[in-house]
Design a binder for this molecule. Structure first.
Ligand SMILES: [Zn+2]
Length: 340
């Protein structure tokens, strides 16, 4: 088969479209023909170099495709079925896994991070990861869903316990997590304030359901949040940007508010004024992916049309380099998808 692999860490130039041996499914695995694979910021981090990644390596977390064949023990799906792949690896037998907390498993990793991912034509993957896909969702849309919608769902429901009437600040409406978090927060009847960098992106954020949108280049985020909330602040901040927004995120919280973070696209180090955190009784929560239970819950809303994936642009897998360069420019609104 063809695959995009990296043999060394670095810029988009390290991506190589090349021949790789076809994978063979184990008895508990399914062989999937990849029809679409969506990009995430994780692809850039892994490509630039993360510990735990062995080379050569295949990137790509979010895969939609068709079942080619199934292993002897697999009864849940058949050849020819359209499916989505849960973008995670877990042992499926430790106490965390059997309790349904797969993202706490010692073996837990994201597909395409510490294990090979979906930037290829064929994937052998555990049957437990396979989720049948309804006909009305095309492969590009489907591949745009799992990682970001699961992440946003776990952040807002599993970690920050969003409730009707809460006010939620979602940073970077144009990002995958932003697009998902705006919609998930609205699903739970929250008032949503989001941020975007151009008039066009601000309009798209409103179309997704954001009640208020702040121009994060021309306006001061925390001052605008104070104006919108009549000096009160928000209950929850969905943070995934890092140093570029951190100060504003903390300052936007109301007393006893919750900041939940799942990423650090502008860098890993931030400062915290402890006096501000304890005197205002703030909660700062980490969030990493989500559970299989949460993935199935959020997919119900996607499959029924209440939550909508947004595809920005589709590239051929053979031109993965252009897709990476495009993502690094951060001009997109929605997901970048590649087709093998
Ligand atoms: Zn486990």
């Amino acid at each position: 088969m063809k695959a995009v692999r990296i043999h060394q860490f670095g810029g988009p130039e390290v991506l190589r479209y090349e021949d790789v041996a076809d994978p063979r499914p184990r008895k508990d695995q399914v062989l999937v023909r990849v029809k679409a694979v969506a990009m995430n910021h994780l692809d850039l981090w892994v490509r630039n170099g993360l510990p735990g990644v062995s080379l050569p390596h295949i990137l790509g977390s979010d895969v939609a495709g068709e079942v080619v064949e199934v292993g002897e023990y697999v009864t849940s799906v058949k050849a020819g079925q359209r499916v989505l792949v849960a973008p995670m690896h877990f042992c499926n037998h430790c106490t965390q896994c059997v309790a349904g907390r797969q993202n706490m498993c010692r073996e837990f990793t994201v597909l395409g991070n510490a294990i090979d991912g979906g930037n290829c034509e064929l994937m052998a993957i555990a049957a437990v990861n396979i989720i049948p896909l309804p006909d009305h969702l095309d492969f590009d849309q489907a591949a745009s869903v799992p990682l970001v919608f699961l992440t946003a769902f776990h952040m807002l429901t599993g970690r920050a316990s969003v409730r009707p009437g809460n006010t939620v600040l979602v940073l970077a409406a144009n990002s995958g997590v932003g697009i998902a978090a705006i919609q998930v927060a609205k699903l739970f009847r929250a008032v949503v304030i989001s941020t975007a960098g151009t008039d066009e992106k601000m309009a798209k954020a409103r179309e997704l359901g954001a009640d208020y949108v702040i121009d994060h280049y021309r306006q001061n985020i925390s001052e605008e949040v104070k104006n919108i909330t009549h000096r009160e602040g928000v209950d929850i901040v969905v943070e995934h940007v890092g140093p570029a927004t951190w100060e504003h995120s903390l300052r936007s919280l109301k007393p006893s508010g919750t900041l939940v973070t799942c990423g650090a696209t502008t860098g890993p180090q931030v400062g915290i004024d402890l006096r501000f955190v304890f005197s205002r009784q703030l909660s700062i929560l980490g969030s990493y992916m989500g559970t299989m239970g949460e993935l199935n819950q959020v997919l119900k809303h996607v499959f029924s049309g209440r939550l909508k994936p947004v595809v920005d642009q589709v590239f051929p897998l053979a031109d993965a380099r252009s897709a990476h360069e495009y993502m690094e420019q951060s001009e997109m609104f929605g997901k970048i998808v590649m087709n093998p």
